[in-house]
Design a binder for this molecule. Structure first.
Ligand code: BGC
Length: 463
């Protein structure tokens, strides 16, 4: 390789890598803004357009369907266009979609705008973690995946806060339109990102890959090592679909990834993310308090994510998931019971809010970040893109179903029963975790792959 010039200081290389990762993790921010922004706008939308719960359910949930489509397309786009251009496309769609939502002159235009936003997020939610994994130095790779989840929660919080600010004037157009500004900043930032060296090598563009690595790593030795490693990895071509058809063990890991994402969504977290003000309304709160409590939900979601980041490599994945599911089941079970008994005074209101926050803590410290981590750890190298693609797609389809079914469930089986149903799912997931989920703490990806392919039971492919 042509590494003859004097290397810049290694620390400079590392700083550039961290900066690059932060910028890419901003894609997580867009993910979060998208999820959070709709909750505060709903009651104003219903009033302005005079629409019922059915149309509202579509406005909320079409975004997730778009994201599922975007995630499907992203695998192909990011391998054809490259990671960077796919992220740029995501950012452009994000800005366009937000503006369209802000201007929407009929409910149908709004549904179209939400679909575009969804496509944007589907592209970003597949490409950004892939880019992060390819570009982050080994020593900070785990932290970067956590950073991505943290950015999702920060995006949700920012959207909740901006919704709260605009709720005084009831201006849903600004609520939905204003997220075009962070979207535009992201677009500007992505313009400065280097292309992924791994993708450049895939396309036989080694000199450009070396140039990027020079900025990221600094020293010539490190560049040569990285180029060697990438070349080694590329010897294992991604033949996910082929492997899926041929190999029963790979089908098991794909199945587990899909199941994990269904579990994450059926915890009920997004019921709260999309409908929190409505839930607070049903507890008897006026509009202003609904919005502020929703912002507190967002804040608790951010803060509790730090518990996961701090514990994941100490306690391990499974114990944290057990704690999370138990806490979530208790939180939702009690909220359901309070709604069943009727919330009559201020003390009961506050108690119910606190239990909802307990549920949020349970999710953010466990299933929120850990499911994404596990899904990227369990797939064998040859089928990793395909496996992660399947689980990400499932995340959005399940997310869509949860968003679409919540209002019909409330109106059909009743409020308390809906919360009990989600509480029951969380209890069932404790059993799934015992039977099926491996403990991947401190195990290399190669070890996991070896045990999976040797046909060991899924729960034993880790430690
Ligand atoms: C989930 C999203 C959820 C978010 C909440 C993510 O891990 O995939 O569906 O809205 O966490 O923080």
């Amino acid at each position: 390789m042509s590494a003859t010039t004097a290397p810049p200081a290694a620390t400079h290389g590392k700083a550039t890598a961290v900066f690059t990762c932060i910028l890419a993790a901003l894609a997580g921010l867009m993910f979060g803004l998208d999820i959070g922004v709709i909750s505060g706008a709903q009651q104003f939308l219903q009033k302005d357009f005079g629409i019922g719960d059915d149309t509202l359910g579509w406005i909320v949930s079409i975004m997730m369907l778009g994201a599922a489509l975007g995630a499907l397309l992203a695998g192909w786009l990011s391998s054809q266009l490259g990671r960077k251009r796919t992220l740029i496309l995501g950012a452009v769609l994000f800005v366009g979609g937000s503006v369209l939502c802000g201007l929407a002159w009929t409910p149908h235009v709004l549904i179209a705008g939400r679909l575009v936003l969804g496509l944007a997020i589907g592209l970003a939610s597949f490409t950004a973690p892939l880019y992060l994994a390819e570009i982050a130095p080994e020593s900070i790779r785990g932290a970067m995946i956590s950073l991505y989840q943290l950015m999702i929660t920060i995006g949700i919080l920012v959207a909740f806060l901006s919704d709260t600010a605009f709720s005084y004037s009831g201006n849903w157009r600004w609520m939905l339109g204003v997220i075009a500004i962070p979207g535009a900043l992201f677009l500007f930032g992505v313009g400065f990102l280097p292309e992924s060296p791994r993708w450049l090598m895939m396309k036989d563009r080694q000199p450009e890959a070396e140039q990027v690595l020079r900025k990221l790593l600094g020293s010539n030795d490190a560049i040569a090592r990285e180029i060697g490693e990438i070349r080694e990895q590329l010897k294992t071509p991604q033949r996910g679909w082929h492997l899926f058809q041929q190999n029963r063990n790979f089908r098991r890991s794909v199945g587990l990834g899909v199941l994990l994402q269904v579990m994450q969504q059926l915890t009920g977290m997004n019921v709260v993310m999309y409908y929190a003000p409505r839930i607070f309304q049903d507890m008897g709160y006026a509009t202003e308090s609904q919005m502020w409590f929703t912002a507190i939900v967002g804040l608790v979601n951010v803060l509790a994510t730090f518990i996961a980041i701090g514990l994941v490599d100490k306690l391990g994945r499974k114990p944290i998931l057990y704690i999370g599911f138990v806490v979530m089941a208790i939180g939702l079970g009690v909220v359901g019971t309070m709604m069943h008994l009727g919330i009559h005074d201020h003390g009961q209101q506050i108690f119910t809010v606190v239990m909802l926050l307990v549920f949020i803590v349970g999710f953010a410290m466990s299933a929120g970040p850990l499911i994404w981590t596990l899904c990227s750890e369990i797939q064998p190298l040859k089928g990793r893109d395909f496996g992660i693609g399947c689980s990400t797609f499932t995340n959005w389809v399940a997310n869509w179903l949860v968003g679409l079914s919540f209002l019909p469930l409330l109106n059909g089986i009743g409020q308390a029963e809906t919360f009990w149903l989600y509480a029951a799912f969380n209890v069932v997931f404790i059993a799934f975790t015992i039977w099926l989920v491996p403990e991947t703490k401190g195990v290399t990806l190669e070890q996991i792959e070896r045990k999976l392919m040797a046909g060991q039971p899924l729960r034993q492919i880790g430690r």
